[in-house]
Design a protein around this ligand. Structure first.
Ligand code: GTP
Ligand code: MG
Length: 232
């Protein structure tokens, strides 16, 4: 069931006339938030978009939507269309429809429940098998180890093993987050959007065929996946 209205189309690179007469680039990016039941997907979105947190748990039914507008820089306005997909959808067959035209994703697990980490691979595989960028590459995806304000259980306690896990599974990076304490959510989003912008620019260059000799910089760097943890 769709709880909101969003057409899911991703238009990129349109130009707006600003008051000063200059042109401002506007991007609309569809971003998925997926992961097991009760891991905090809705809470992360509510914190990010509305600066709000509640202890009360109400399971998302189907999918919900939120819009975050970022004044990225003087020349760029970004609208993030966040698709909040119910954890129970992994057992349904609607995810292909929900994932359509996404250009970025967060997979969320709950650091207090190792079983939710074990399901991360299933979510990532589901994502990669059902959606790709127009150039055929995987959608940039960041892993969020949420509820880091609480005691952690399992692999998340071992930073280097988490790095290896992310590299192996194709995550561009991971963050410990807390929707409750507002930890690392803005940072994780900024990191994902930076990568999406790079991919977008690279693909537009490809489309225009402007410079065939240009080195494409959007490939994940070899070595350790990027990871930034500001606390916990
Ligand atoms: P589904 O919609 O069922 O898939 O769940 P969800 O992933 O959207 O989880 P939701 O955001 O509804 O959060 C589940 C419960 O975890 C709620 O009671 C939240 O208050 C709590 N919660 C979410 N994030 C955090 C956090 O960072 N720290 C703590 N302590 N609790 C959190
Ligand atoms: Mg939810």
């Amino acid at each position: 069931m769709m709880n909101g209205s969003a057409n899911g189309r991703v238009s990129t690179g349109s130009s707006l006339n600003t008051a000063g007469g200059g042109e401002k680039k506007e991007h609309l990016y569809k971003i998925l938030v997926i992961g097991e039941l009760g891991t905090g997907k809705t809470s992360i979105i509510k914190r990010y978009v509305h600066q709000f947190f509640s202890q009360h748990y109400r399971a998302t039914i189907g999918v919900d939507f939120a819009l975050k507008v970022l004044n990225w820089d003087a020349d760029t306005l970004i609208r993030l269309q966040l698709w909040d997909i119910a954890g129970q959808e992994r057992f349904g067959n609607m995810t292909r429809v929900y994932y359509k035209e996404a250009v970025g994703a967060f997979v969320v697990f709950d650091v207090t429940r190792a079983s939710t980490f074990e399901a991360v691979t299933k979510w990532k595989n589901d994502l990669d098998s059902k959606v790709q960028l127009p150039d055929g590459s995987p959608v940039p995806c960041v892993l969020l180890a949420n509820k880091c304000d609480q005691a952690k259980e399992g692999l998340v306690n071992n930073t280097s093993q988490m790095d290896d896990f992310c590299k192996e599974k194709g995550f561009i990076g991971w963050y410990e987050t807390s929707a409750k304490e507002n930890i690392n959510i803005d940072e994780a989003a900024r990191f994902l959007v930076t990568r999406i912008l790079e991919k977008d620019r690279a693909m537009q260059l490809g489309d225009d065929d402007r410079d065939k000799d240009r080195v494409v910089l959007d490939k994940p760097a070899p070595g350790r996946p990027e990871r930034k943890i500001n606390c916990c």
